[in-house]
Design a protein around this ligand. Sequence first.
Ligand code: HEC
Length: 138
Amino acid sequence: MKRATIAALLALAACKPASPEGDQAGKGPPAPPPYMMRAEMPAGDRLASGRDGAALFSNRCGSCHLAGGMASNMLTKQMVLAGRPPSDGLLANRTDLTQSYVKAVVRNGKVAMPRLSRVEVTDAELDAIAGYIGKAGK
Ligand code: HEC
């Protein structure tokens, strides 16, 4: 075998194979992505107002809308196609959503977004959630 070939083989052998675990290799399983780690349902009467909108959003909407969720992936693509930053794929980062728009989408659905009933998300919960992500006002 030629010297150059041997050198090339040695260089290749020294390369670490890419591991799907990335930096986690050898340190146990990787941490689950945010959409799998939703906040617990906040305590209290589901029909009462004034509960934590961020926690309710995480619990009720997070399986799709936290980082890594199906809706975040779809909306990130839509945002980038529209010339907006990928970070706008997360509803919590949006500043252009009104509270009434958020409520309309939740109650009526929108393309791949299923409509959610008042059993899944009560009106009081939706008010709190819309207050949290509806940063463009009422
Ligand atoms: C089962 C998954 C799922 C759940 C749960 C879900 N969504 Fe969605 N949502 C989607 C998907 C998917 C889209 C993107 C729809 C499309 O454009 O095809 C979306 C889109 C939206 C949009 C529209 C964003 C835009 O730019 O027009 C809003 C607002 C929204 N969701 C709010 C919520 C809120 C608030 C909750 C919780 C109360 C929630 N969603 C729960 C899947 C979900």
